[in-house]
Design a protein around this ligand. Structure first.
Ligand SMILES: [Fe+2]
Length: 277
């Protein structure tokens, strides 16, 4: 396993780009906390859990960050929509095992992972280089094996398909982001004793057929008949098959509702902290 701090433009071929620090020019200090407040907007207010851009103007703004978009366009070209956005709160000593996102196994796209709070050398994100070229998910190992053994097995399986595959492991800092080609195999771990907060933004070209999965098997995924709201980001919306939110607006009422949820969420966090002391 290799720890990487910097990549160059040529590495887009590996399916991975980054990590990159969000410039304070486009994302001033203090905005991370403001953005994270929107995690308290209940998912029941969204069409589905990967649709936070539907109600959060802050998430929509981040999705249009020019620094992020510049890299997204290197992967998928200049015509871009956002189909998914989701806050991830990974528990202490929690892990999300090796997988490929079922949505991107069904349509091409790109994922951006942004570190928001409590990132440390004890929290990592690993991506298999060149695995975006495969058209299937990593094998499942149900036996109880160590993380090292699991990584060895997954790498072995990947190398059968492309000998250039390597596991790239990143320990991002707050305000850094990493981009990977949608089909790439990835896993995250949080060995620290704090909840690690991040957000993923998922983009595709406007002609992709975006759907909401009901099951997570590939290729036999079952899909909802509910239409996923996507966000218009940049370029032409050619051959668009998706429901597009073009000018999302934050009304006064929505802002009041948001503030109530943020206050409620903060209070619950404080009470939980107080009880656990
Ligand atoms: Fe994932």
């Amino acid at each position: 396993m290799q720890n990487i701090n910097e990549y160059s433009l040529e590495d887009i071929g590996t399916g991975i780009y980054g990590p990159v620090s969000l410039s304070s020019k486009h994302y001033p200090f203090g905005k991370y906390e403001n953005l994270l407040n929107d995690r308290f907007i209940p998912t029941s207010m969204y069409t589905w859990y990967k649709s936070t851009h539907e109600k959060s103007k802050r998430v929509a703004d981040l999705a249009r960050n020019p620094q992020i978009l510049e890299i997204v366009k290197k992967f998928i070209g200049k015509d871009v929509i956002l189909w998914g956005s989701h806050f991830i709160h990974q528990k202490p000593r929690g892990a999300h095992s090796w997988h490929a996102d079922v949505e991107h196994m069904n349509w091409d796209g790109v994922t951006v992972w942004v570190g928001l709070k409590n990132l440390s050398p004890d929290s990592s994100l690993s991506i298999m280089s060149y695995s975006h070229e495969f058209n299937f998910s990593p094998p499942l190992y149900l036996d109880k094996i160590t993380q090292e053994e699991l990584n060895r097995n997954i790498l072995e399986a990947a190398k059968v398909l492309n000998s250039k595959c390597e596991i790239k492991t990143f320990n991002l800092k707050v305000g850094e982001f990493i981009v990977w080609s949608g089909k790439a195999w990835h896993t995250t771990r949080n060995e620290s004793n704090q909840i690690r907060h991040s957000i993923i933004l998922q983009y595709c070209r406007p002609n992709a057929h975006v759907r909401i999965p009901l099951t997570y098997e590939y290729p036999h995924t079952k899909w909802s008949t509910v239409i996923a709201p996507c966000l218009s980001i940049d370029g032409l919306n050619f051959n668009n098959k998706n429901l597009l939110i073009i000018n999302e607006k934050t009304s006064f009422i929505n802002e009041i509702i948001r503030i109530i949820f943020v206050i409620q969420g903060r209070l619950i966090e404080i009470i939980k902290k107080y009880i656990s002391i």
